[in-house]
Design a protein around this ligand. Structure first.
Ligand SMILES: Cc1cc2nc3c(=O)[nH]c(=O)nc-3n(C[C@H](O)[C@H](O)[C@H](O)COP(=O)(O)O)c2cc1C
Length: 338
């Protein structure tokens, strides 16, 4: 379903969202509509799209609308855009609004060479004036809330945060999400939640904490240590949408994993055709990681093209009945080229 055909019943506001909400953090190559729907079914409170390039949205609107397709059940859904030019970003924000999204988020964290080279993503952390102009231009262009997701700094957290966050708030950002690693750190080392705490202390808008949130316990600990109103879950959701089930105590059984993986694959096929199943390969490896035979399965998924092949792949696991695996594992196993 295309968002344009739909109407929002209630205007979304970060301010009025209940404390403790857990969001599916934006992940390029991961948080497409199929995965978002699976996470939503498991209790994700707010979901983010993969980042979309603002200039691409203007240059190839039809392609972008297809890329940004979503289902009504995903609401509230926020579209994240990436760019470095205030005018282009404002124009793209209007497109996001016309597509019916509940909010528009700015990527100020992507460490990719190509993105940084174009003065976008984490590069904006070096230029608070331009970043603030982008937020201002977008805020003036649309009625939906504009939010910012950022890292702690480019080379050094100390010279960027929390000053940078305050500037974004003053420019009109209605919520801030912080992944407290610098661009230089990439995904290495521990996320420094003390920086999240410093930001929470200086801004008045809601703050979402990101970084190393791979369990219910980590969500609670991050919120207690930082005072962040919300949690943004990223790698902790890969192969593990159960992380969004707030009441869940036990890890999923292998039967639950099989049914969820198959439902996810069918959605991927329905929404993207055969290419959806190729993109599904990494998800399958994540779902079964930690279960017996997972290493061999990681090789087998590389040859997957059809749903029937996926059904054959998971068949041996059906015999394991109620085997459970705690998906709360170290992030090293989930390192991906982001
Ligand atoms: C594969 C991958 C893709 C990502 N893509 C985006 C993105 O498009 N936009 C964004 O703001 N952050 C992106 N991130 C960062 C995550 O949203 C999150 O902030 C970061 O991974 C830290 O959280 P974690 O330690 O819980 O994974 C990505 C991360 C990964 C692993």
């Amino acid at each position: 379903m295309f968002a344009k055909e739909t109407t929002q019943l209630h205007k979304f506001s970060w301010e009025t969202l209940p404390e403790g909400y857990v969001c599916l953090s934006p992940m390029a190559g991961v948080t497409d509509s199929a995965f978002r729907q699976i996470c939503k079914q498991h209790g994700a409170d707010v979901v983010f799209t993969e980042m979309a390039s603002a200039s691409m949205m203007l240059a190839a609107p039809a392609r972008s609308a297809t890329f940004l397709r979503y289902n009504e059940l995903e609401r509230p859904i926020i579209c994240q855009i990436m760019g470095g030019d205030p005018k282009v970003m404002a124009e793209a924000a209007r497109v996001v609004q016309d597509l019916g999204f509940d909010g528009v988020d700015i990527n100020m964290g992507c460490p990719e060479k190509k993105i940084v080279g174009n003065a976008c993503g984490s590069s904006l952390l070096k230029d608070a004036d331009t970043a603030a102009r982008i937020v201002e231009a977008m805020t003036q262009a649309v009625d939906i809330p504009v939010s910012v997701k950022m890292r702690s700094g480019f080379l050094d957290s100390q010279i960027v945060q929390p000053y940078f966050s305050k500037r974004m708030e003053e420019a009109g950002a209605k919520a801030l999400a912080i992944h407290p690693r610098t661009k230089e750190q990439g995904y290495h080392g521990r996320a420094d939640w003390s920086i999240t705490r410093q930001i929470v202390e200086v801004v008045n808008v809601p703050v979402g904490g990101s970084g190393d949130i791979n369990s219910h316990e980590a969500i609670a600990r991050m919120r207690a240590e930082t005072g962040a109103k919300f949690a943004w879950v990223a790698r902790g959701s890969m192969g593990n949408p159960w992380i969004f089930e707030k009441e869940r105590v036990l890890p999923p059984t292998i039967s639950e994993v099989i049914e969820t993986a198959l439902a996810h694959a069918r959605l991927a096929l329905e929404l993207k055709g055969p290419h959806g199943l190729i993109e599904m390969r990494k998800h399958l490896a994540w779902y079964f990681s930690g279960f017996p035979g997972a290493v061999a399965l990681r090789d087998q998924v590389k040859k997957i093209f059809t749903i029937e092949q996926i059904e054959d792949l998971v068949e041996p696991y059906r015999g394991l009945n109620d085997l459970r695996h705690d998906h709360t594992r170290s992030f090293e196993q989930k390192e991906v080229a982001a």
